[in-house]
Write a new protein. Sequence first.
Length: 313
Amino acid sequence: MSLFDDKGIKPMLMGENNAPFDDPDYIYELKHDGLRCISYLDPASETDLRNKRDMKLLLKFPELAELHRQAKHRCILDGELIVPGEGGKPDFYAVQHRFMMSNPTKIAFAAKRQPTVFVAFDILFLGEEEVNFRPLMERKFLLSDEVREGGQLAVSRYVEERGVALYQLTEAKGLEGVVAKRRDSKYFFGRTTKDWLKIKHLKDDDYVICGYINKPGGMTSLIIGQYEGESLVHKGHVTLGVSGQKVRPIRAQPKLHAPPCPVPSGNERAVWIEPLVGVVSYMPGDHEGLRQATFKGLRTDKLPIECKVNNAL
């Protein structure tokens, strides 16, 4: 059995760097705000698209079922699934909302109204050969030569050396940030590496949603925490606006009779729920208080126990 037939790939993860930099040993790409996934493309038969937990995605994103027709040979691509929003800016909430859908009719309608795009940035297998241990720039060449762009498939562009300029451009355009990758880096499955660094304007992290408090004016305050070892620790609150779409699945969770972790006073009116995982973005600096925190959306490719303090995404 080949890597293609086995499936189950765990993608390589990025380390974090707080400041943009220029370096001739690196290339720089846009940091896409979407759903990381692996695509297995067989031009003779089918597309198989899976998230980081190896869950099949095509039932959720049927508009991507024909990606294999744009590959020359059997290949495995790493990339990001995005929903282009206003001005082409990726909409993180929209792609997560699609992932949460289960009604086939609603999924089909959403696929036509706001179709997703798979943005490929790496190739791990080509023909009958594993290519993940080849240098990054060689893999970039193979990727560009292997697939035909268009429709729901795009190839990530990059710039050389000028990381600071690209970072400044993303800031001006309201994009998430950049990824710096060492030119000679190899691809190690499931490993976090400093050969790939994400440099973002806003930091974000994954938190366990433990419960919520109803606030005046239709606002909702989510109670969040993270694990320190095996213990879930209260980390504060993040407030949602009056829009019901983001909070509806949270309110639909099974209720608990007691909080899943020790909480300070002020949470007496909380509704406690079976824990969920959500992404919270905030201004860099002291984590206490999570300055200018906003709730980006739920993620279903991660378990609550995996939300660790100071753990990279």
